[in-house]
Design a protein around this ligand. Structure first.
Ligand code: FMN
Ligand code: SF4
Length: 425
């Protein structure tokens, strides 16, 4: 299958305007401005079946359609925070092909009639910030950004806003608060950003990979995009495969490919002599799959959801038989405790408490009842918080216990990890 978003990655100086234009860059922007009205572009993106690549997989065209039909100032925010553990695809695009993102973003701004867009960038992306800003400067100089783009009455301005490395700034309303210069406390929804978003105005928040797709959908048409992948799960997906595989990396593949093929055909399979233990398919927040579950599931949004997990941010973490499940669950629990913004008690207190219990189980101090206590705590966090981080903190723990309970019990009983699993803590 031909690659789309990553087709040019690896070419020298791809991030410069000259190289991007030599590959046909910005011709789709010209076509969009020349041949389509904004509403027609929204329809194309909706008909293409593009679903958001940031985590929730919400249909992009439908989200755009939620913007109110009034004449308030509106914004587009491109989410480049990429903070979900195991996810590194947006970074690849930002550092290597920033003009592709910009072209998709400018077309999207025209489609939803936005004159000012923000790109919220993860603070640690130093090279990405440089390359992206340089690309924006080039796009202004070439007349693809700024007032009267290519002689039309369309104007788009873009500002890069760099975060400071907090996971919660990836959550769209936390991001908006941060963009406004405040602490990134997620907001209660409703109201949704489409109605009251950045600076109190209607706002669309879309992921980097999502917006990059828009360029190709407009170039090649909704029918082309709609022909890739299973129904309701269209297009290519950039899977970030990490963990115990021979060739970790970003693999752009059609949605719906068997997950086993991603691991064994594309990422080179496991190291010699190892067997698959589990897969976390969609970033740290996704429920863990056993090896059998992972080998039987397809890699699309709906199939992964039916299997009890999710495609999430595309961060696929592969665990082999040397991995201690208790330890890996502890690592994730500590992450959520560190990154909880502290706004709601169940998340602020619960994430720390879960991490503490897991720590004592892992280190041989577990108490009888700890496993059920963890499950019980999860029920008191899940669904009782302002933003989904609370749920996301529960899923790894709850799913690891439900699927690998014997390993947790072994730790309680024997006070150490299963033989053959190695401790990295
Ligand atoms: C705790 C948390 C962290 C998130 N981090 C990111 C992120 O780093 N990047 C991202 O695009 N979306 C992230 N999201 C999802 C965003 O809230 C939002 O749904 C997404 O940016 C919308 O873009 P899309 O429709 O193109 O997927 C996060 C959500 C949560 C709850
Ligand atoms: S769930 Fe956690 S991260 Fe989200 S608002 Fe509440 S305390 Fe903050």
């Amino acid at each position: 299958m031909e690659k789309v978003l990553t087709q040019h990655i690896g070419l020298p100086n791809l991030w410069t305007m000259d190289t991007y234009r030599s590959l046909g860059g910005y011709q789709t922007l010209e076509k969009a401005l020349r041949d389509y009205k904004p509403d027609e572009l929204v329809t194309i993106v909706r008909d293409a079946g593009l679903r958001g690549r940031g985590g929730a997989g919400f249909p992009t065209g439908v989200k755009w359609g939620f913007l109110p039909k009034d004449n308030r100032q509106r914004y587009l925010v491109c989410n480049g925070d990429e903070s979900e553990p195991g996810t590194f695809k947006d970074r690849l695009l930002i550092e290597n092909d920033p003009h592709q993102i910009l072209e998709g973003l400018i077309i999207s701004c025209y489609a939803v009639q936005v004159r000012l867009a923000f790109i919220y960038l993860r603070g640690e992306f130093f090279l990405g910030a440089q390359r992206l800003q340089a690309a924006i400067d080039e796009a202004y100089a070439a007349g693809y950004l700024g007032p009267n783009i290519l002689g039309t009455d369309v104007s788009v301005e873009v500002l890069v806003h760099r975060g400071a490395g907090a996971y919660i700034c990836g959550e769209e309303t936390g991001l908006i608060e941060s963009l406004e210069g405040k602490r990134a406390y997620p907001r209660i929804k409703p109201p949704f950003p489409a109605n009251i978003g950045a600076f109190g105005m209607p706002t669309v928040v879309n992921n980097i990979e999502t917006l990059a797709n828009v360029r190709h959908i407009v170039e090649r048409g909704a029918a082309w995009y709609n022909s890739i992948g299973p129904e309701r799960n269209r297009g290519m997906r950039m899977w970030c495969v990490s963990g115990k595989v021979k060739h970790p990396g970003v693999y752009e593949l059609p949605l719906g490919m068997p997950l086993r093929d991603i691991i064994f055909k594309h990422a080179g399979g496991l190291h010699e002599g190892r067997t698959l233990k589990a897969v976390i398919p969609g970033g740290a927040s996704a429920r863990i799959l056993t090896a059998d579950e992972a080998m039987a599931v397809d890699s699309d949004f709906d199939a992964l959801q039916r299997a009890g997990s999710m495609g999430g941010s595309g961060g696929m973490m592969v665990l082999d038989d040397t991995v201690c499940i208790v330890q890996s669950t502890l690592i994730l629990a500590e992450f959520y405790h560190d990154e909880s913004c502290g706004q709601c008690s169940p998340c602020r207190e619960g994430t720390g408490w879960m991490a503490k219990i897991l720590h004592r189980i892992e280190h041989g101090d577990g108490r009888p009842g700890d496993i059920d206590l963890l499950l019980h705590m999860g029920t008191n966090i899940f669904g009782r918080t302002i933003c989904p981080l609370g749920d996301a903190a529960v899923w790894p723990v709850e799913s690891a216990i439900n699927k690998f309970r014997a390993e947790f019990e072994y730790h309680l009983r024997e006070k150490h990890c299963l033989p053959g699993t190695t401790s990295i803590l």
